[in-house]
Design a protein around this ligand. Sequence first.
Ligand SMILES: NC(=O)C1=CN([C@@H]2O[C@H](COP(=O)(O)OP(=O)(O)OC[C@H]3O[C@@H](n4cnc5c(N)ncnc54)[C@H](OP(=O)(O)O)[C@@H]3O)[C@@H](O)[C@H]2O)C=CC1
Ligand SMILES: O=C(CO)[C@H](O)[C@H](O)COP(=O)(O)O
Length: 470
Amino acid sequence: MSTTNSQYRLGMIGLGTMGRNLLLNMADKGFAVTGYDKDPKMLAKLEEEGKEHQLKGFADLESFVGSLRTPRTLVLLVPAGQIVDNVIQELKPLLSEGDIIIDSGNSYFTDTTRRVEELAKDGLHFFGMGISGGEEGARFGPSMMPGGDKKAYAEVREILEAVAAKVGNDACVTYIGPGASGHFVKMTHNGIEYAIMQLLAETYQVLKHGFGYDNKQINETFANWNKGPLQSFLVEITAEIFLFKDDKTGNDLVDMIKDEARSKGTGKWTSEIAMDLQLPVPIINEAVSNRDLSKYKSLRSTLAERYPEHSSSKSSISPEQLEQAFYFAVATAYAQGMHLLWQASRQYEYELDLAEIAKIWRGGCIIRAAFLEDIYQAYQRDGGLEHLFLDPQIAGKISAASPALRQLIADAAMSGMALPAYSSALTYFDTIRTARMPSNLIQAQRDFFGAHTFERIDSEGTFHANWNNL
Ligand SMILES: NC(=O)C1=CN([C@@H]2O[C@H](COP(=O)(O)OP(=O)(O)OC[C@H]3O[C@@H](n4cnc5c(N)ncnc54)[C@H](OP(=O)(O)O)[C@@H]3O)[C@@H](O)[C@H]2O)C=CC1
Ligand SMILES: O=C(CO)[C@H](O)[C@H](O)COP(=O)(O)O
């Protein structure tokens, strides 16, 4: 296959929500780019949208690959799973040593590890690059998390920095690390996303039932929070949701939506891998479990009638205290996610720079928030920080906010209101600040019934006691 007429800088496979918008973003920034889709209508639409730019669509894979300058850079934005492997198999005979494939979908990180290793045998560079920001982010500035071969990154750095969201002069993209580190970091981003969304849903519950607020007041509360230290994309869109009207009924749309949350799996993956790494992320676990519990609508409805214990007692805390409690819980969710990255970095030798990760999450992505500046500063002060709560400035803010969360949980417990993510945040904090946990008893029990042995506080080694006098 001749490459003599090749001219395009990058080729995109998958021209759906993310792929089309990211490609248009690249074209806007002056890069000559091309897209591949089997559907001529998709190509016509793409070329029409990008007609002012050097943007071309191909329905034939060989011509598409042949249009790229070498070493070629191809970005995949197709559904994760087998489709990614299928696309790679179709591409491989058309590629040459040194070419780069970037999988920007939400692929599972162990699939990425496998693909990196398999393609390296053919001299091809495979990058797992998490992208966040949804449709609008892809079009106007996402946050991107590329992991793979460091030298090959130099080939794509310019284009990624040009299209990424900006915070001041900083582009929201950085080289993350080797192997599947980019997809691991994106998965963790989504785990934090799940936790914050669950906390916002619980806050809605408190505002509605504990405070007796209507949707307009709930909108105002979140909109006010979004002007201060809690400023974030998720708080901002949550405020907007409460004003949105349903075309069909004229009611607030939020009231017309079933209380059954769906998911695609990245939150579950975060919980699963955190358990494998023995690094607890309980708020994320609660967020995943609550999406699952929400699906048991009929069981919940039956049990609501069987146990009508929910009292109508109002929350005793002020809106300002609720804001403090939310701050505490969200900070804890980020702390758990960062702790997971700290552990994964050691386990998988990703050499993650946690300051850089916090830095590129400050803009473009779904979890962007003013608080990420504090996290970035904390890891800049100490790049090896084991846990965010060890940072003196974060510690001061957490300590000041914890009494409000205690009162929120106490009120909720007495009135029978479920606040699983908030409760989990407090329990996690109280556990992780406990110097001597009651886990000595668990070791004693294990040794009692199964001779599993225990360690002593006063001598090295493992011991077994004859608990049963056998
Ligand atoms: N939507 C979002 O907000 C975000 C999505 N992601 C991830 O990005 C990836 C893409 O998501 P999204 O853009 O939303 O998905 P879409 O479903 O909108 O687009 C997927 C595209 O892939 C194409 N495609 C499917 N199979 C093949 C194939 N074998 N060869 C070539 N093209 C193929 C589809 O074409 P056709 O329609 O013709 O089948 C479609 O154009 C996913 O992994 C997703 O998890 C990441 C961040 C945010
Ligand atoms: O990656 C994303 C944002 O960063 C997706 O929007 C996210 O995966 C949605 O996940 P789910 O469908 O499980 O809620």
